[in-house]
Ligand binder design. Structure first.
Ligand SMILES: [Zn+2]
Length: 340
C-alpha cells in the first residue's frame, strides 16, 4: 500500500482522500455465508490463525479487511451517486479469491463482490460489470455471482495456475448463464495477447451488457517483473488496457468506474502501476514506462486460441447481435440423465 500511495504522491492534489468506515458485517453476509464470517471473526478475536495455507488472520488484519470492504463500498457509493467521477481503492487485504463460503489466497472478504452487491441492492444500479485484470482468476467473485444475471464477471488470467479455475467453459449458470466470461491465457503472454483479449472480448461483452458502473479488480501481478507469476505484460500494456476500460466506462455508463487493488508483488511495479492508474482516472498524460520492456519472447499460440475461443463461446464476433447473455451451446456438456 505504501508503494501504491507513493505512485500517487506526485499528483496528490488531483485526488480527494476521504475518511473510510469499517463495513457493517450485515453487508459482508450478503455475499459470504454466516459460517465463514463467524469463522474469521472468531479467529481474529482469539488471537489469529491460518484460514488456508496462504492466509493468516490476526486481529489487525481482520480490522483492515473490514476497512477494505468499507472503502470499496464507499467508493462505489460515491461514484454511483455522482459525488466522485471515479475512484481508486487502495487496500489490503485483497478480495477476489474469497468465495461465498471460504477465505483463501490472501483474501478474507471479497471487497469487489460486496461493493457490487451493494450497488445492486442499494446503489440504484441494475447491472454491474466486474473486470478482473489480476493475473490470477478471481474464483471468489465468479463463485459469488455465478448464477446472477445482474453482474458480468470478466477475467483474463494465467492458466493453468492458482487457484485452478477460470476455464472458457465456465460461463455462469441458471439465470447467470453467459454473464461469466473467462479468457485463460498461457504463461508468457504479453501486451499483444492481453490487448487482443481486451478489444475482442472485454469491450464487446461490456457493451452488450450495458452496465451502470464498472468495477475493476486491478492486480499488477501480470507484469513481467512480478515474482509470483510468469506473464509478460508491461506497465505500458497495463496503461493501454486501463485506458480502453476508461473510454469504455465513458461510453457505456457515464464514466462511473472504480479500480480496486488486488494482487501485485513487486513494489516498483505497484508504485508505477498505481501512478499509471491514477493518471488514467484523472485524464492526465500517462507517465513514461520506467520499468521497460519484457524479456523478448513469442506470444504463446495457446493464448491466441483462447481469445478466439472466448469470442466464439460468447458470440462476440464483430457485427454479431445475439442475445445479451449469449453463449454457444456447449458440446459434450454434462447431461442430467443417468447412464443407461
Ligand atoms: Zn493475483
Amino acid at each position: 500500500m505504501t508503494a501504491a500511495l507513493q505512485g500517487l504522491h506526485q499528483n496528490e492534489a488531483d485526488y480527494v482522500w476521504p475518511e473510510v468506515q469499517a463495513v457493517d458485517l450485515s453487508y459482508v453476509t450478503r455475499v459470504h455465508s454466516q459460517d465463514q464470517v463467524r469463522l474469521i471473526t472468531e479467529l481474529a478475536q482469539t488471537g489469529g490463525g491460518w484460514v488456508d495455507p496462504d492466509t493468516f488472520v490476526v486481529p489487525a488484519s481482520y480490522d483492515a479487511a473490514l476497512l477494505a470492504v468499507g472503502a470499496a463500498m464507499q467508493a462505489t457509493s460515491d461514484v454511483l451517486a455522482g459525488l466522485q467521477r471515479n475512484a481508486f481503492v487502495i487496500v489490503r487485504p485483497p478480495g477476489h479469491h474469497a468465495t461465498r463460503s471460504r477465505a483463501m489466497g490472501f483474501c478474507l472478504f471479497n471487497n469487489v463482490a460486496v461493493a457490487a452487491r451493494w450497488a445492486l441492492d442499494e446503489g440504484g444500479a441494475q447491472r454491474v460489470a466486474v473486470l478482473d485484470v489480476d493475473v490470477h482468476h478471481g474464483n471468489g467473485t465468479q463463485d459469488i455471482f455465478y448464477d446472477c444475471p445482474e453482474v458480468l464477471y470478466y477475467s483474463t488470467h494465467q492458466y493453468p495456475f492458482y487457484p485452478g479455475t477460470g476455464r472458457i467453459e465456465e460461463v455462469g449458470q441458471n439465470d447467470g448463464m453467459g454473464t461469466t466470461v473467462n479468457v485463460p491465457l498461457a504463461a508468457g503472454s504479453g501486451d499483444g495477447v492481453f490487448l487482443d483479449a481486451t478489444r475482442r472480448v472485454l469491450l464487446p461483452a461490456v457493451r452488450r451488457f450495458r452496465p451502470d458502473v464498472i468495477l475493476v479488480s486491478l492486480g499488477f501481478d501480470a507484469h513481467w517483473a512480478d515474482p509470483l507469476a510468469q506473464m509478460r505484460l508491461t506497465t505500458s500494456g497495463y496503461g493501454e488496457i486501463l485506458t480502453e476500460i476508461k473510454a469504455l466506462a465513458d461510453e457505456t455508463c457515464g464514466g462511473k468506474l472504480v479500480f480496486l487493488l488486488e494482487g501485485g508483488y513487486d513494489l516498483d511495479v505497484i508504485e508505477a502501476g498505481a501512478g499509471l492508474a491514477g493518471s488514467v482516472l484523472t485524464g492526465k498524460t500517462r507517465p513514461p514506462d520506467r520499468i521497460g520492456a519484457a524479456p523478448a519472447g513469442p506470444e504463446p499460440a495457446a493464448s491466441s486460441a483462447a481469445v478466439a475461443a472466448a469470442v466464439e463461446t460468447h458470440q462476440l464476433q464483430a457485427g454479431a447481435t445475439p442475445n445479451r447473455y449469449a453463449v454457444l451451446a456447449r458440446k459434450g456438456a454434462p447431461s442430467n440423465r443417468g447412464a443407461a
